[in-house]
Design a protein around this ligand. Sequence first.
Ligand SMILES: NC(=O)c1ccc[n+]([C@@H]2O[C@H](COP(=O)([O-])OP(=O)(O)OC[C@H]3O[C@@H](n4cnc5c(N)ncnc54)[C@H](OP(=O)(O)O)[C@@H]3O)[C@@H](O)[C@H]2O)c1
Length: 259
Amino acid sequence: MPSYALITGASSGLGLAMAEALARRGYPLLLVARQRDPLESIATELTQRFGVEVLFRACDLGEPLRLSGFLLEIEESDRRIDLLVNCAGIRSYGHFLAQEWADEQDLIELNILALTRLCHAIGNRMAVHGGGQILNVASIAGFQPGPWMASYAASKAYVLSFSEALREELRQTGIKVSVLCPGPVLSPHRVIGRLRAARCMSPEEVALYTVRALARNRAIIIPGKRNRWLARAPRLTSRWLTRKLAGTINKMFRPHQPL
Ligand SMILES: NC(=O)c1ccc[n+]([C@@H]2O[C@H](COP(=O)([O-])OP(=O)(O)OC[C@H]3O[C@@H](n4cnc5c(N)ncnc54)[C@H](OP(=O)(O)O)[C@@H]3O)[C@@H](O)[C@H]2O)c1
């Protein structure tokens, strides 16, 4: 039975860099994002460069029915998924009350529900096959509440907590679970605002660090010394101070928009 690394959000930014880093190490890939065309050209390019099989599937993972269809296809195929990389995620910035509800709902559907459902469905298949590895992408934003990006930070806190819990629960099944918590990454869609590009890591740097950490089965993967310090900082201060500081920083760096 052929086995693959399934990567969501693989057409851009961190997901694309993970696809490249894994293809370089010889993993056959199954790439997922909403738009078909970028996936097709990425699949062709990775196959040419690294000689690995690269399948792709256009699917809006935030649409529960489409996600069901995709999971059914995997269920019915003879493809085995040995590595699941849940990278697809969207952000929201600004005053919570000024956001469109549909955007908030999309964020929760993708960042939380789709990720959890993929872990459940693929995790069950991995358990039947005696093991596998899951990498969920959170953020250093998940280590504290994030005023001015409240639901994004909360969604990443969910991913962090869920992944750590799953790691313990699934230990006996042979499934290894890790969570990646990057700081700012220079991805094409990222709105940098006043945050200087120099403070961001490149997706390739993050991906390289991550595949090495995955090989060592690290629980929480935080690329970059500064980011590791930022992730620790909330445990050293009181919650009210953490909230205030996070709010001040997020307000400074958010894209300009009326509140
Ligand atoms: N960039 C950062 O600074 C940063 C920092 C910390 C954590 N992260 C996390 O890292 C992950 C990747 O971020 P990124 O900035 O690299 O992303 P990105 O460049 O914006 O790419 C997002 C990817 O997800 C896909 N996608 C979006 N909505 C989707 C949906 N509903 N269904 C399926 N695929 C969907 C996009 O392709 P389509 O548009 O074709 O669907 C694209 O491939 C996210 O979880 C993010 O929260 C990012």
